[in-house]
Design a protein around this ligand. Structure first.
Ligand code: FES
Length: 154
């Protein structure tokens, strides 16, 4: 039987988490290839539907990463994102879905090593949990990307 290869979607704010991921790459830090990064203008643009849709589209784990508290370029976007992520975690618990599959992080653009650590921790956590019960062998890259494009036309 083939080894489980988790599909983890990381919704990353352009100004911090995405930059931190970029920095991790520039620093040649090794982190899990299980992570698919979706760049967002601000973590505050995430909503419940986008997170749930990512799971429905085949993600085994999802994380949302915004700027450090007080550092959001859009004032309170990261506070909103954190609140929404926690609301979705509660909802997942209520329906008997492992809420550990979803996490929220605050980090700065200089946190390249921490981004790599987060990516590896999420990968380790999801590998322990196994495939998402929602996973129906749908290709996450295609569906998540098309969902995001539909919801955030630029
Ligand atoms: S700009 Fe980074 S969380 Fe809002």
């Amino acid at each position: 039987m083939a080894e489980f290869e988790p599909r983890i979607v990381g919704f990353c704010c352009h100004f911090c988490a995405y930059s931190a991921a970029d920095l991790a790459g520039s620093m040649r830090l090794q982190y899990s290839p299980d992570i698919r990064i979706v760049e967002m203008p601000c973590s505050g643009t995430i909503d419940h539907q986008v997170i749930l849709q990512a799971f429905e589209d085949g993600a085994d784990g999802v994380f949302v990463a915004g700027c450090l508290e007080g550092d959001c370029h859009f004032m309170k976007g990261n506070y909103r994102a954190k609140k929404r992520a926690h609301q979705v975690k509660k909802l997942l618990e209520e329906i008997g879905f492992e809420s550990e599959r979803l996490e929220f992080y605050n980090l700065s653009a200089a946190d390249g090593p921490r981004f790599a650590k987060i990516a590896n921790e999420m990968s380790h956590r999801i590998r322990k949990l196994g495939p998402s019960p929602f996973n129906t062998n749908v290709k996450v890259e295609d569906n998540v990307t098309s969902t995001i494009v539909q919801q955030n036309p630029s």
